[in-house]
Ligand binder design. Structure first.
Ligand code: NAP
Length: 243
């Protein structure tokens, strides 16, 4: 049976590292992205050059119609989707709570939580027999991210609750739902928060004394997604250097 995976937000950072690793292990991968088609296309070319199978697909996964199109096209190219990595996410400039406007709050919730809800629901509407889901949450769901992005942290908290509830609802069907909670990882996301060198600044506070790499998070996602983690569901793995 083919293992067919959709990685949302697969064009860069943790999603790109995960798409690459999964493809190297034989998964047929749909690399979803929202806007950066150049990065998604060059990643897919790299995967194919290494002998893997993948295709890029543009969809804003916070929009229901685009999520349906994402699954339709993946099924058309590779067959039934058996695995899902809900990785797409965003944050905005570091800010105190009282300066967060409602448009930003809603946008963060839509990109981080609605996307996870829509993709997981679409996955389960089409497949209730085999596979697993990994949600990419954040250590922020534990810390709350004061003075930076409480909106982002709250969205990851909601994602954790969705992971727990859904894992219990589908467990008897043999579908597993788990979560990875990265800490400070070297990606371009921190520049979106207004501080490209945030990981370097905070490294001395991390017990392992350094930020993590996208590949280190991808390793954990890939393990949880796979049958190697066959008795693991409703679990949260912190990939945060001990923080
Ligand atoms: P990143 O480098 O900013 O990449 C984010 C990816 O998500 C991009 O491919 C982006 O696509 C895509 N994306 C965002 N909104 C989307 C939407 N509505 N629909 C489809 N794609 C969307 O982020 P990252 O650092 O790799 O983070 C990946 C995940 O890990 C996120 O959920 C993030 O919250 C989580 N995380 C990251 C860290 C960290 O330190 N980096 C820590 C904890 C958790 P386009 O570029 O095409 O728009």
């Amino acid at each position: 049976m083919n293992r067919v995976v959709i990685v949302t937000g697969g064009s860069r950072g943790i999603g790109a590292a995960t798409s690459k690793l999964l493809a190297s292990k034989g998964y047929l991968a749909c690399v979803n992205y929202r806007s950066d088609s150049n990065s998604a296309i060059s990643l897919v070319n790299e995967i194919i050059a290494l002998g893997g199978q993948a295709f890029p697909f543009q969809a804003d996964v916070s929009k229901e119609r685009e999520v349906v199109a994402l699954f339709d096209e993946t099924e058309r190219q590779f067959g039934q989707v058996t695995h899902l990595v809900n990785n797409a996410g965003c944050l905005f400039k570091q800010s105190s709570f009282i300066d967060i406007d409602v448009e930003r709050f809603n946008q963060v919730m839509q990109s981080n939580v609605t996307s996870c809800f829509l993709c997981s629901r679409e996955f389960l509407r089409r497949n209730q027999t085999y596979g697993s889901i990994v949600n990419v949450s954040s250590a922020a769901s534990r810390t709350g991210s004061p003075f930076e992005y409480i909106d982002y942290a709250a969205s990851k908290g909601a994602m954790d609750t969705l992971t727990k509830g859904l894992s219990l609802e589908v467990a008897e069907k043999g579908i597993r739902v788990n979560s990875v909670r990265p800490g400070f990882i070297h990606t371009e996301m921190h520049a979106d928060g207004g501080e490209p060198n945030r990981v370097e600044r905070l490294a001395p506070q991390i017990p392992l004394q350094r930020g993590g790499t996208p590949e280190e998070v991808a390793n954990t996602i890939t393990w949880l997604l796979s049958d190697d983690a066959s008795y693991v569901t409703g679990s949260f793995i912190d990939v945060a250097g001990g923080k």
